[in-house]
Each structure stands twice: as C-alpha cells, then as structure tokens.
Design a protein around this ligand. Structure first.
Ligand code: PMP
Length: 427
C-alpha cells in the first residue's frame, strides 16, 4: 500500500466497498463522509453518473488504440480542451498516467527544450524544501521531503532547493496567503549567483504546497519567482497536480494567482480520479522549439504505453463537461469563506498550533507528541474514521482537508465539527 504503515493498517484495516456522491461505504456497511475528495482527486464526488457512463461506453468502443505510431480523436480533443482552460500562450499537452509521471515528463521537456534551443549547458534543476513532486526519480530529486529521499541514496545530481515558506512565528493562523515571506523567493537569485544562471534549466514548485501541509505562497512570492526566472531564462514549472481543476477556485492556480508559468503538470482532478491520467501542459514556444529537430527524428523521445489512453481520455472529457456545466470552479470559490470559517473555528482546540487554508485546501497543525512524531495526527485521522465516520488525511503533524467542489455547506461544516470533537478528545 502507498505510504502506509502496514503494521498499523493490519491492526484495524479501513476497507471501502463502494462510494456514491460525498460518501464512501466501508465493508462493514458504514457510511463515511469523505472530507478529502478521494486523495485530492474526486472534487465532483464519487461515481458521478456522467463520468461512469462515459467510461462504460468508451471501454466497449475503443479500448486501446495507441501503440506509439497511432492515436485517436479523443486524445486530441482533450488536449484542445485543456489548452483552452490553461493560461494564454499554452498550446500543447503531453499525456501521462499519474502526477509523478507528469513531473518527470515536465523536467525532461524542460531539459529537451533548452537543448533544442542550443543551450545544452542548462542542466540544473531547482525544487523546494517541503516540496512534493511524486515518487519517480526526477520528482523525488527536486522534492524536499527527507523521509521520502533517505532510503534511496544518491538521487539526480545538480539539483538545488529553495527554502520552504512555513513559518509559525510570522504566519500562524493566516487566512489565505500569508503576508510574511515574499523575500524567501530571493534565494533563487542567490542560487543564480552561486552557479552560472545559464546552467539552470527549470524551477519546479507547487503554487500551494499540498502534501507537506498546505502552505499557501506568501503575498508577492510567486510573482518574484516568475520575475527571477524570466530574467535568467529559467523555465518555471507549476506542479498543479493538486491545485488544478477547481481546488483553488479556478481552472489552475496560475489563473488565481495571476502568475503564468511555462509548464503546468496535472493529474488527479483531470479525470475526477476515476481513471489514472495526468497531463503536462506547455507553452507554444516550448512546443515549437521541440518541433524543430531534424525531421527524421522523434521530436521528444519520451512516452508511456498508456499516454492518452482512450478510456482515460473519455473520463477526462466527461469530467471537463461537468466542470463546465456545473460551473464547479466558481462553486468552489463561493464555498471558500464558509470552509475558512469552519476550519478556523478549530483554532482554540487543544494542541492546535496553526490553522491555514487556501481555496478548498486546509490544514490544522498540531503540536507534536514528545518522542512520537506524527502520532497525534495519525490517531486523530483514525478516530475520525471510526468514531465520526469522516475521512481526513494526516501527514506529519497536520490534519488536512480537501472538501468537494460541490460540497453541501451544512454537511461540510458538520464534518469539520466532527473532526473538532476528535481533536478535543485526543491527548
Ligand atoms: N505532485 C504533487 C503536487 C502531488 O500532490 C502529487 C500526489 N499527491 C504528485 C505530484 C504525484 O502524483 P501521483 O501520486 O499521481 O504520482
């Protein structure tokens, strides 16, 4: 099981049998409210009939149809829809099967782009402490989670990391973007000064760090990063595997923050989690540079057996239909204030040392139990499931929340209240 303590899981397995809308049903037949939208995946709720029907139809009509030298119209149609949702200037899409694959694809595209432009000396990649970019070698190397790296020895060479922006002294209990910390972006200038900036290919960051505890960017921070990247010809990659498709009340966080990267990675909400699929979106100039290679060559020697799989593409197209028809991104934006209020009502509870949120992403930070890092959050996560029938996520010292884009406000507020009861009852 991914990122799971098997010993702990076996002691009391949480096994799900079915799902509908905003609820799971476990193998004991208990209904459980999902306060995490799957794993940031299922913003429209589970087993959405329109997506289910699209998948059923597609699997009986064209079940594969790729094989490197072939494709099918759904993939191209989906690419066009995605380019239209992306910020101005984005023209092209490369399909993957997960967030991790999207990240490694994006890093490779960045390196290939510079080579195509005659700048093969741009090999250095920059990530960020507390960044999570999946588990493949590129993503792990630019990622900033020590526990995920430690067991695997040497990763990619020539990778630097910016500092993270987590700071309780200045930013505790911020609502939305914290005020303090824009200057932390200047570390990118220091890295440029340390190395020749012409050796740097790309900077990858999550606009709002997700897995490591919901860290919204300080006001002005992303703008500064954009400026420094532009000055030095460094590509800026936004890893929007979580923040894409309505999670922050817009198609992409790039739109919400008004900062346009050069490459966007996605997965999760692309298909509402129904079929694994990811996509890397690139600006026209990146596409064009890659297309200028010698004509007998494959323009980008990269790809997966299932890149642009027709069943995944059908699921994604059906998902995009619903986002549009139900104005899901606007609906998420409208829900933000109620979510924020409900979440910050947990501020005074025992052991709560921070509450933070952006869009429909939220976290409660708990004081660590001496000698048992993460134990309090994990216990709360389990008690929420067993005692209150609510799914939240625990990671490190945080309890994390990712409500559905179409949550009913009363249910959402009630479920957050249930989590509050568990926090109060946990030593
Ligand atoms: N990037 C980010 C920002 C993520 O949050 C995740 C997964 N949570 C990934 C990449 C990796 O995605 P996957 O687990 O689908 O490989």
């Amino acid at each position: 099981m991914p990122f799971t303590s098997m010993r702990d899981f076996r002691a009391a397995p949480r096994l799900l049998a079915s799902a509908e809308g905003h609820y799971y049903r476990d193998v004991q037949g208990r209904e459980v409210y999902d306060l995490f939208s799957g794993l940031w995946t299922s913003g429209l709720g589970h087993c959405h009939p329109h997506i289910v029907e699209a998948v059923r139809r597609q699997v009986g009509e064209l079940d594969y149809g790729l094989g490197f030298q072939m494709s099918h119209p759904l993939a191209f149609g989906l690419a066009e829809r995605l380019a239209a949702l992306a910020p101005n200037g984005f023209s092209s899409v490369f399909f993957t099967n997960s967030g991790s694959e999207s990240v490694d694809t994006a890093l490779k595209i960045a390196l290939a782009y510079h080579r195509a432009n005659g700048e093969s000396e741009r090999f250095r990649l920059i990530g960020r402490a507390r960044g999570y970019h999946g588990v493949n070698f590129g993503g792990m190397s630019v990622g900033g989670i020590a526990a995920n790296r430690r067991a695997f020895g040497t990763l990619l060479p020539n990778v630097d990391h910016l500092p993270h922006t987590f700071d309780l002294e200045h930013n505790a209990f911020s609502r939305g973007q914290p005020r303090w910390g824009a200057h932390l972006a200047d570390e990118l200038s220091n890295i440029c000064a340390l190395h020749d900036p012409r050796s740097i290919a790309a900077l990858i960051i999550e606009p709002v760090a997700g897995a490591t505890g919901i860290l919204p960017p300080p006001l002005g921070y992303l703008e500064r990063l954009r400026e420094i990247c532009s000055t030095h010809g460094i590509l800026l990659i936004f890893d929007e595997v979580i923040t894409g498709f309505g999670r922050v009340g817009s198609a992409f966080a790039a739109e919400r923050f008004g900062v346009t990267p050069d490459i966007i990675t996605t997965a999760k909400g692309l298909t509402n989690g129904v079929i694994p699929m990811g996509a890397v979106l690139v600006k026209q100039e990146i596409h064009d540079a890659l297309m200028t290679g010698p004509s007998e060559m494959v323009e980008l020697a990269h790809g997966y057996t299932y890149s642009g799989h027709p069943v995944a593409a059908a699921a994604a197209l059906a998902t995009l239909d619903i986002y549009e028809k139900e104005s899901s991104f606007e609906a998420a934006r409208k829900l933000e204030t109620q979510f924020e209020e409900a979440l910050h009502s947990l501020a005074g509870l025992p052991n709560v040392i921070d509450v933070r949120n952006f869009g429909l992403m939220g976290a409660v930070e708990l004081a660590p139990r001496p000698g048992s890092p993460g134990a309090r959050a994990l216990e709360i996560h389990k008690r929420c499931f067993w005692d209150e029938r609510v799914v939240v996520r625990s990671a490190g010292e945080t309890i994390q929340f990712a409500p559905f884009l179409n949550s009913r406000a009363t249910e959402l507020v009630r479920a957050i209240g249930s989590v509050g009861r568990v926090i109060s009852a946990t030593d």
